[in-house]
Structure formats: structure tokens, C-alpha cells
Design a protein around this ligand. Structure first.
Ligand SMILES: Nc1nc2c(ncn2[C@@H]2O[C@H](COP(=O)(O)OP(=O)(O)OP(=O)(O)O)[C@@H](O)[C@H]2O)c(=O)[nH]1
Ligand SMILES: [Mg+2]
Length: 438
């Protein structure tokens, strides 16, 4: 897997994560939510499989060009190259973070465009520091052995090759021969090591090939089966969830129809009981509205007749009375104010004010409440219009609460309707998805 493919895979993984987290909880049922959460968990597993560190160690005899190959691989000159032997005397690492590495004594350089699962290490030559090289080889996920035409048949190189084992990549570096000689040289190297070398001619600039061959041999099979299992699980749960959310579109339509057909609060003829105390009267109006709202919710759920409706009702939560409670107190004060304003001047005395306190809201709430004759006299010709203005205001407040509830339903539906299951389906059905991740 090249670095480019690796990054693309990570990008797809996080896109899929976004698509999954965008599914509105209320859109699917509890079982499907559990599937969604499992899928998110799998994505976490996949991401961590992708980001398991891979240690690539460059080893070889002095002067074969280890540091040159190392620098070429990481794409920047980090490890000194030179004509003096040995040039490299300490281990040097390159990672995308440049942070210290546990148990690694050498200097760590930051190479930003390195794949973030890579730890790449240049070492002192095998003949100069065999114990350090041997220790690193044990920890390596991939060993790159760099030899040269003048340094491949030595006994010390043979000893190194034995240490390294068969999983190594062999680079025949600094080749300065004619094509025919090169073929012969390649054959000779292959007979010594038993594997085909990657041949790098001095002055060769086909660096990407070297890079991708090394990275490919590194990750081809690591966790391949785990990745396949997780990816397949993800594909099928994505497909399943995409279907579930797509079929919820029908449920959204059903709830929408039910909400639309739920008429307005039937207030024009509303008659409320008037108790002696404002608190008790107010409470009975609030209960009336609460009943109306509960009834409306019930009717919506019943007439939509789909599971989504019930989930939305739960999601909306119970109606809270706080707002209307305050609104009604304010209304009573306004009502009183309107009466006082229109009361004829000569009656504006303490006792008249008390009368207005007691009766203004009562007559405005229930038009059947007969105003005491004294109140009628105080208000004169204004009694009728003040009472009906205040009554009308009250109805607006009450109907408004019910309308508010209807809007809550509409808003939730609008939010759900904007969800696009297409992204998930694309993941599930795109054949490259699996290839990209594996
Ligand atoms: N142009 C070119 N120069 C190379 C190549 N490989 C090595 N060199 C040069 O050859 C010299 C030795 O290479 P190094 O990479 O320092 O060799 P090394 O194996 O790291 O040697 P030590 O660290 O001393 O053990 C340096 O001057 C490199 O720049 C190559 O493939 N092409
Ligand atoms: Mg070196």
C-alpha cells in the first residue's frame, strides 16, 4: 500500500464515520442504533489497524549507500551521506511527528509528509556496530538491506543477511554498469541472497518506485485478515443502515401528513371555567391547553401509524407549562390595565380599582360571566370592546401554545428530511471501498 492509498483509506474511514454520526438518532429504532454504534466501534478498530506503527530499518555494509537510500525513502536529506567511512555512527529515525520514541536512543527527525504509521531508521553499518543493528532488526517490521556491487559478497554481509531473515527487502545500490553487466550482476546477487534485489543505478532518479516497493512489502499482509473482516462488517452495516434510513423517508411522510391534518387549536368558541381565584382559573386554562396538546400528539401518533411517530413524540419531550404560565400572568396584568385606562374618570377610586382587579380577567376569559352592574357603570360604553379585545388576546396566547407544539413536530421532521442516506449507500456499494482499506 503506497502512502497515497493509505491516506485515501484514512480519509474514507473518517468520511464514513461522519456519515454514520450524522444519522439522526430518532430516525432509526433502538436495534438499528445499536448497529450504528457497532459500526462506529468498527471504524475505531479499523483506524487503529491502519495506524499501527511500522518500523522500517535500513541496514547494510558501510558505504553501500544506506543513508542515501534512507534519505531517498523519507524524501529529505536527514542522515548525512559521505565519502568517509563510517559516516553514520548513530541511529537516526524519521517519523511524521518527530516525537521521541520509547526505547530508541537516537535522534528523531520530523518528516511531515511521511505516512503517520511509519518509523524509518537509518543505522550505523553492520561491521561497525553489529549489536545495535541486531537489536533494531529484531524490532523491525521490515528490514531494508542495502548492498552495493563492491559490497555484497562479503562474509559480514552474509552474516547480516542471516540475522535479518527472509522478510527483508534487498536493495542493490550504486550500480554503475552497462545493461548487460547489470543483468549479470543482478543474477549473481540473487544467487547469493536467494531473492531478487531492487536495483538502483547511481544517478537513477526513479525514487517513487523505490518508495512504493518498500511500502508495499511493508503493509501488504499485516492485519490483512482483520482489516477484511472489519471492512466487510462495515460494508454490510452501512448498507443496512442506509436502507433503514432510506425507508424512514416513508415514515417521515406519514408523520408529516398526520401533523398537517392536525387542525388548529379549536379556540373561537372556547369557554373556560372561571374560578374565584386567578391561580385556579389560570391552572384550569393551562390544563386545557395541556390536554389539547397531549390529544394532538396522540392523534398524530395514531394517524401516522409508524414507529417513527412515537420516537418523535418521545424526542419532543413532554410539553412544559412555564412559558404559558408567565404569558397568562402578563395577560391578566394587561387586561387590568386596559380596563383601568378606559374606566370613566369619576369612578377611578380605590373601590372601583378593586372591582376591576376582581372582574376584568373574569369577564374577559368567559364572555358568559356577567359583569356586576357597578363594573358596567364604571366602564360605560367601553365594557364591550375592552372585554372582547382582552378575550381575543387570551385566545391568541392559548392557541399559540398549541401552534408552538405543532411547529416542534414540523421542525423535527424538517431536520430528519434533510438527512442523506446516499453517502452510506455509496460506501457500501462502492467496490473500491474494500480495496482502498485493504
Ligand atoms: N548519486 C548517488 N549517490 C549515491 C547513491 N548511493 C550512495 N551514494 C553516495 O555514496 C556515498 C556513500 O553513501 P552513504 O549513503 O553515505 O553510505 P552509507 O552506507 O550510509 O555509509 P556509512 O554511513 O558510512 O556506513 C555518499 O556520498 C552518497 O551520496 C546512489 O544511489 N546514487
Ligand atoms: Mg550512512
Amino acid at each position: 500500500m503506497t502512502q497515497h492509498r493509505y491516506l485515501r483509506a484514512m480519509e474514507r474511514v473518517s468520511e464514513l464515520r461522519r456519515a454514520l454520526t450524522k444519522i439522526p438518532d430518532v430516525l432509526i429504532d433502538a436495534d438499528d442504533l445499536a448497529i450504528r454504534d457497532d459500526a462506529l466501534h468498527s471504524i475505531g478498530v479499523l483506524a487503529s489497524l491502519e495506524s499501527v506503527e511500522s518500523v522500517v530499518v535500513f541496514v547494510g555494509p558501510s558505504g553501500a549507500g544506506r543513508s542515501w537510500v534512507f534519505n531517498t525513502f523519507v524524501g529529505s536529506v536527514i542522515s548525512a551521506e559521505g565519502a568517509i567511512r563510517p559516516t553514520t555512527t548513530e541511529c537516526i529515525a524519521a517519523t511524521t511527528t518527530g516525537l521521541p520514541i520509547d526505547g530508541f536512543a537516537g535522534v528523531v527527525y520530523q518528516v511531515i509528509d511521511l505516512a503517520d504509521f511509519l518509523v524509518v531508521i537509518d543505522t550505523p553499518s553492520w561491521e561497525h556496530d553489529p549489536s545495535t543493528v541486531a537489536a533494531l532488526v529484531r524490532h523491525a517490521d521490515l528490514v531494508v538491506v542495502v548492498v552495493s556491487p563492491s559490497r555484497y559478497a562479503d562474509a559480514s554481509v552474509a552474516a547480516l543477511w542471516t540475522k535479518v531473515g527472509r522478510s527483508a527487502v534487498l536493495v542493490l545500490n550504486r550500480v554503475e554498469a552497462t545493461p548487460d553487466e547489470t543483468v549479470e550482476l543482478e543474477r549473481s546477487v540473487e544467487s547469493v541472497f536467494g531473492v531478487e534485489p531492487i536495483v538502483v543505478a547511481t544517478g537513477d532518479t526513479t525514487v517513487p518506485a523505490l518508495r512504493s516497493i518498500i511500502t508495499d512489502s511493508l503493509v501488504t499482509d499485516r492485519y490483512a485478515s482483520e482489516r477484511t473482516i472489519v471492512t466487510n462488517a462495515l460494508r454490510s452495516s452501512s448498507r443496512y443502515l442506509a436502507r433503514a434510513t432510506a425507508s424512514a423517508a416513508g415514515e417521515i411522510a406519514a408523520v408529516n401528513t398526520a401533523v398537517q391534518s392536525e387542525g388548529e387549536f379549536d379556540v373561537p368558541g372556547a369557554v373556560f371555567n372561571v374560578a374565584d381565584s386567578w391561580l385556579a382559573t389560570k391552572q384550569s386554562m393551562v390544563e386545557e391547553v395541556a390536554t389539547e396538546i397531549r390529544g394532538g400528539d396522540d392523534r398524530i401518533v395514531r394517524s401516522a401509524n409508524v414507529p417513527l411517530a412515537e420516537r418523535l413524540r418521545v424526542d419532543n419531550g413532554p410539553w412544559t407549562e412555564d412559558v404559558i404560565d408567565t404569558d397568562l400572568d402578563l395577560w391578566r396584568d394587561r387586561c387590568r390595565g386596559m380596563f383601568l385606562e378606559r374606566a370613566s374618570i369619576r369612578w377611578r377610586r380605590g373601590s372601583a380599582e378593586q372591582l376591576i382587579d376582581h372582574y376584568s380577567w373574569k369577564t374577559a376569559i368567559n364572555r358568559n360571566v356577567i359583569a356586576p352592574r357597578r363594573l358596567a357603570r364604571i366602564m360605560g360604553k367601553h365594557l364591550e370592546d375592552v372585554t372582547s379585545t382582552a378575550h381575543h388576546e387570551l385566545l391568541v396566547i392559548l392557541a399559540g401554545s398549541v401552534e408552538e407544539r405543532r411547529r416542534t413536530w414540523m421542525d423535527s421532521l424538517a431536520r430528519l428530511g434533510s438527512y442523506q442516506p446516499g453517502r452510506l449507500l455509496a460506501f457500501a456499494d462502492e467496490p473500491r471501498f474494500e480495496v482502498d482499506l485493504g
